[in-house]
Design a protein around this ligand. Sequence first.
Ligand SMILES: [Zn+2]
Length: 381
Amino acid sequence: MHSEGVSENPLGASELPPGCRLRIVQAHPIRGLEIWEGTMGRRLPVYARASMLTLALLLTGGVARATVSVQFNYDYATGTFVDDPAARALLDLAALQYTPLLDTLAEIDPASVPAPNSWSARIRQPTTGVDNFTIADLFVPADTLIIYVGARDLGSSVLGEAGPGGHSITYSSNPVGNAWRDLVDARGEIGEFDSPATDFGPWGGWISFDSDANWNLAAGLPAPGQADFLSVAIHELGHVFGYGSADSWFDQIDSGNGTFLGDASQGVYGAPVPLADSGHWSNALNPEPALDPSLTTGTRKLLTSLDYAGLLDIGWDVPLYLVPEPDTGVLVTMGLVLLIGVASTRRSVPHRRAERPPPPHHDAARRHGRRRSRGWTPARG
Ligand SMILES: [Zn+2]
């Protein structure tokens, strides 16, 4: 006698963010040198950088709160280079750039709800490229994103593509079913349902890497001509975390001017931030962010303050020491300074978002292609 509904968020090729494919740029020797000038924080070995983050978390009590973790799934990577230990280790390193995030994401446990409540995850299968590939009854631990990785031939100039996963949720039309539906959709990040959206709570997603690029699969810096796998992994993770894919990202784009209006991002850049397309920062920024649409061969890019600011604007709880104001400099300060900075700025965080005015322009074409539909489609009586 109960009625139920199905919430579909299919993942089709037409709905993929247009800018999610990272392009390769052949290194110009001068450009290769320039990339490292004036970017002290980014020149640190990634292990050292990770240690600094850990130290800062310890000093600020951050370890007492949940931090987001990434669980890579290799079920569909068999036989590809991504399944090799070297690539796996670099993916784990890439995820460390995102693990300072302090969000609390609800566990998705299909066994915890009575029938007919259920769900299936949707991905673009990362090794075949098949869209709307379905994974039924996926269990997603709390505070964790599950990301399916694989490799296939993406063409000569594309290094990777990625996105958050879709879903199909079946739910009963009662409080338990409605709660299940919203939990799977936003994992407690309910600002995702606002208009404009202010948060994002994906279950995870997928990343494909190009199968025939000249990859650097070492933790050390890439040789000339090599595409740095760590850099591409960091970039593609950004799309899973909402760059060019979350409503809360799109809702802050001024499409008329080609800029991003998020408060934190503007705070770092000093003005509306130029975009290359609807999913990437401009290629012309300095220091070069990880989330611009290209990577120069022979170079490495980690997340910059602007990249972290974009994540904060998407709705992630980014510790403020990663998003300095322009006059506080880049991330080269020592722990005590970090402590003071965090203590003095943290209080203002919750209010930043509420004060953000809606963007002056909306891109009608983009709205049409929104990844996430808010309308629930009743299916059966
Ligand atoms: Zn991209």
